[in-house]
Design a protein around this ligand. Sequence first.
Ligand code: GLY
Length: 363
Amino acid sequence: MSKITVNIPQHQYEIVTGKNILKSLPAYLNSGFKTNRLFFIIDSKMYKRNTSKVDQVLTSTGNRSVKMLLTATEKNKTYESLIKIHRRMIKSGCGRDCIVVAIGGGITGDVTGFAAATYMRGVRYVQVPTTLLAMVDSSVGGKTGINLDTTKNIIGAFHQPQRVFCDLEFLHTLDKTELICGMGEVAKYAFLTNEKFYDYVYHNFDKILKLNNSILNRVVSESVNFKRNVVEKDEKESGLRKILNLGHTFAHAIESVLNHKIKHGQAVVAGIAMALYLSGELGILNGDKAFKYFRLLEKFKPYINFPELNTNKMYNVMKHDKKNRQNEIRFVLFNDFGNLLLDVKAGKAQVMLAVKKGLEFFA
Ligand code: GLY
């Protein structure tokens, strides 16, 4: 088991990672909080695969627990879902002292966190990420939110959890696509961290997909540790935290235009390729290592198939990205491992060329 502490102003919390960590959740909930309601929001697909494991938590926390299942899709990451959750919380007698617990992937965590952030002006919540993507990225750092129309995560709040439980056993119940999606965010950390971690992820890619536990543990811990350091320095994304959006401006637009026919993590990988191409066009990328940068992305090729994509629509969606400033699209671009440039502007022709090259890379 490993513990990482996140220290941000007026709030400190732990991220606990290990096999069967979920077993320690009831004791934590039973001893840590004075409350008459524990409100669990549980990803329905994950619940089907792990029913007895999750039910054990509900049983061990007694009749204070309320269970609500969520169909965790991007299309359900909406105000409608939020209203349903809030109505159920009111009906269940959740007061200001209630604890909300998210058990599921990134969508479950984002919606649950936002439901907690907005219920009675903010109640406490605990994250139990069950996918690789949620463990390495979305459950850490307090970003919560929902989508509106074509814009991803446009409505949301920063609301930090009380604790994060990363139980690596859940990863054994994921399908290949879900693992690949997690690897998309891991690839992001490989670029952001340093060449050593990049090489580690590259050389162990297949072992990670085969769920080698000690390698998984290291990959999750290093990614979380990197993110912790960033979030501690810039919780609300006024500067440094933007680096975590490498590839995401492209990715969110791809997801939106394809109506979520490909998943977030897959879109992130394509988005990173596009960000690398754009970095090359703008003379930012260190050309001597260009071959090496794409090696990790090559590993994803068998798992990413793009349906036809309207790139003009994609550009229009990017124009509404929440990271834009003065009505201009701003990109996170890449010079070398651990060396990123923030808020870079680019002309439409250059952006479209990067999109085209990125799509060709995965064709
Ligand atoms: N997923 C990017 C961030 O948490 O800032």
